[in-house]
Design a binder for this molecule. Structure first.
Ligand SMILES: [Zn+2]
Length: 386
């Protein structure tokens, strides 16, 4: 084929067309950005710089200028809730729901948000009503999770068991640990009321759902003790070591008490010494120390504290050593030892706390469910010196 010079004319033509297309694109972007108020971009900027207060003011301005911005209503509602301004979050989502033109998907989304506002505000009845309405919608998974949270907060353990069972069917996440805890909660209430038969039934259920449920084994021992079955109670508690050895610390004092009732304290002390060698623990050592002090006297308790200090050096053991030494110390040394003991004690109280492995919350008391993040079994039963 021969080269024709007029083909060269095609190049400027292609350039011209490309330039024109780019102009049209830029023009469209500029028109669109002009239709979005400046305060929207200011709001976004504040949000990106983690300044939610300023972002909120900027977004409120946009909503005033353009009340039709539905997505912005959701953003604002979520921001209000995060800041704890729950009445404003509720109003935002209720206003959205009052719109007759709202699309079905947005209506359901607004209901989910409103339910969360109610839940956070502690308006559990209203939250329950909202999430129950969402059960047969595409948001059913989220609705069930929130309903479970509501039943737990209301301490309605029977409903919590049903909700968790349903949730387990829907999602791949096993809920056995939670269901076992709910049964333990019912058993605890039954024990307070003296309905030992119901307590037994729910503890059996807890262990059949979740064999590793240490709480059920602990409570089973308590139940047997209440029924005067001391030997069986000891056997039930011994099982805990195979479930989770760190949880043994929660029953050692009750265990020794039962050995004492049977007139076999010596056996109990030896058992505890063996356990302590396998699982060093501040609190187990404490229980053993007090039991030895009570049954064998200050000299034996002193020896115990000294051995512990060599094996597992801790302020805790040092405090016990000072305590035992103080008892037999001569008058001229008592003040020095007493001062040292008080100083150590202040540090020990400050440093030894239980903590949640999930959120890091610290407490002087052990909880089966973390009061901060709501996780079951989040707390490590062993206290540590930090
Ligand atoms: Zn927590």
């Amino acid at each position: 084929m021969e080269f024709e010079f007029w083909w060269l004319l095609g190049f400027p033509l292609f350039f011209a067309l490309g330039w024109l297309a780019a102009r049209i694109d830029i023009k469209q972007v500029v028109t669109e950005s002009r239709s979005v108020p400046n305060s929207y971009f200011r709001g976004l900027n504040f949000l990106l710089n983690e300044q939610p207060d300023k972002a909120l003011d900027a977004f409120l301005e946009v909503v005033k200028l353009d009340p039709e911005t539905i997505e912005l209503h959701f953003t604002l509602g979520a921001l209000f809730r995060k800041r704890g301004e729950l009445d404003r979050a509720i109003r935002m989502h209720e206003n959205l729901l009052e719109r007759e033109t709202l699309a079905e998907e947005d209506r359901l989304k607004a209901l989910v948000e409103l339910g969360q506002d109610y839940l956070k505000a502690g308006l559990l009845d209203r939250a329950e009503e909202v999430f129950t309405r969402l059960l047969e919608t595409p948001f059913s998974g989220q609705a069930r999770r929130n309903l479970l949270e509501i039943y737990v907060q209301e301490k309605d353990w029977h409903k919590a068991i049903s909700a968790a069972t349903e949730l387990e069917k829907l999602s791949a996440r096993p809920m056995i640990a939670e269901i076992a805890h709910f049964n333990c909660e019912i058993a605890a209430l039954a024990m307070v009321k003296g309905d030992l038969e119901s307590a037994q039934k729910h503890l059996d259920e807890a262990l059949s759902v979740h064999r590793q449920c240490t709480r059920a084994s602990i409570m089973m021992g308590d139940l047997l003790t209440m029924q005067g079955k001391i030997e069986e109670a000891i056997a039930a508690w011994r099982l805990i070591e195979s479930q989770s050895s760190s949880h043994m610390v929660l029953v050692v004092d009750r265990m020794l008490e039962n050995f004492k009732k049977l007139g076999r304290l010596e056996e109990g002390l030896n058992w505890l010494k063996g356990l302590l060698t396998r699982n060093p623990s501040l609190d187990m050592f404490n229980t053993l120390y007090h039991a030895v002090m009570e049954s064998q006297g200050a000299e034996a308790a002193y020896q115990l504290a000294r051995d512990e200090l060599r094996r597992n050096p801790s302020l805790h053991a040092l405090e016990r050593l000072a305590e035992a030494e103080l008892i037999s110390a001569p008058e001229n040394r008592r003040e020095v030892i007493q001062n040292a003991k008080s100083l150590i004690q202040r540090h020990v109280q400050r440093l030894t706390r239980y903590h949640c492995a999930s959120c890091g919350f610290k407490a002087s008391q052990f909880f089966w469910r973390c009061p901060a993040c709501g996780r079951w079994d989040g707390f490590d039963p062993a206290r540590h010196e930090e």
